[in-house]
Write a protein of this length. Structure first.
Ligand code: ATP
Ligand code: MG
Length: 306
């Protein structure tokens, strides 16, 4: 007879994992000493920025940390995935950037957890890059809105900003408001295309606008274990960038892509799924290792791939 019990079956394992997510006390994480403010950026489209923003945020919130997601993409995908109101006219990141509302006015609670909040994006944001051009401190509007008082008052541990796939004033506003950049890289052909340019842009912003800015994590997304290519991309990225790359890799999973259709993160939609577990692991890794050291040798900035 086979030496396995019911506990070893894939369904039982998934059930156990789901139970773990639903009893978050077991998952409690230590709070960071200071609030960590980060943006998930890559000007390449469809690499998993939004998916990673909302699911990392959900993972951190499930582990007891207080997390705010700021949707800075006029597509409003992060707002959809977090199930918050973002019809035209809703107080959103647009009003925040224009100085017509405070962060507190624009912040909504998310159903997943009492620790999870979102400042949504509405379609109004689409015109904001042009409106911002003539404004004072146009590169720092978000930084000014997410100030120390606001963070303290709401006792926030993390702020995660979801960026659009471009390097306009919205992304620049995100990058002056944060210390940390997380770059998602899709485990696909052309994965590193444009990464060199992204690193140069980050380097330029850190030189001219925000000296605190640095890359604190690279997250490999949409890993398809059945393909040789995914493995090749993974080792190429790890060889090139070293320890800044999170150990946890996010698998390609249908559940991850289905969840936003239900206004949910994958951690609510299918908490026992591989995708949910991977995002939970990535969130825990991000918290446990702290802000990645931004010393010259360890920073990937300026080491753009050929
Ligand atoms: P954009 O540049 O348009 O803002 P993005 O970088 O935010 O895109 P996402 O919207 O997160 O990328 O993901 C792109 C698509 O890939 C979406 O349809 C999403 O559901 C899907 N996707 C993301 N991660 C996964 C995954 N791990 N498994 C399967 N599908 C995924
Ligand atoms: Mg997106």
């Amino acid at each position: 007879m086979q030496d396995s019990t019911w506990d070893d079956t894939p369904i039982a394992a998934a059930a156990q994992r789901a139970a773990q997510v639903r009893t978050p006390n077991a998952l409690k994480l230590p709070r960071p000493e200071r609030p960590r403010i980060m943006t998930i950026a890559n000007q390449k489209g469809g690499v998993g920025k939004t998916t990673s923003s909302v699911n990392l945020a959900a993972g951190l919130a499930i582990c007891g940390l207080r997390v705010l997601v700021i949707d800075l993409d006029p597509q409003g995908n992060a707002s959809t995935a977090l199930g918050v109101e973002h019809r035209a006219g809703t107080v959103s990141s647009y009003e925040l950037l224009l100085g017509e509302a405070t962060a507190e006015d624009a912040m909504q609670s998310c159903e997943l957890s009492e620790n999870l909040f979102c400042i949504p994006a509405t379609i109004d944001l689409a015109g904001s890059e042009i409106e911002l051009v003539s404004m004072v401190r146009r590169e720092y509007r978000l930084a000014d809105a997410i100030n120390e008082d606001f963070l303290t008052e709401h006792d926030l541990d993390y702020v995660l900003i979801d960026c659009p796939p471009s390097l306009g004033l919205l992304t620049i506003n995100a990058m002056t408001a944060v210390n940390e950049v997380i770059i998602p890289i899709q485990c696909e052909y052309y994965a590193l295309e444009g990464v060199g340019q992204l690193l140069n842009n980050i380097s330029m912003i850190s030189t001219h606008l925000n000296p605190e800015l640095h890359i604190s994590a690279i997250l490999l997304t949409m890993y398809d274990g059945r393909t040789k290519l995914a493995e090749q991309v993974t080792s190429e990225v790890r060889n090139h960038f070293g320890e800044v790359v999170l150990t946890t890799v996010i698998p390609r999973s249908v559940k991850v892509s289905e969840a936003p259709g239900y206004g949910q993160t994958v951690l609510e939609y299918d908490p026992g799924s591989r995708g949910a577990m991977a995002y939970l692991d990535a969130a825990r890794e991000l918290n446990n290792r702290g802000d990645y050291p931004a010393t010259e040798e360890s920073s990937p900035i300026g080491q753009a791939p050929e």
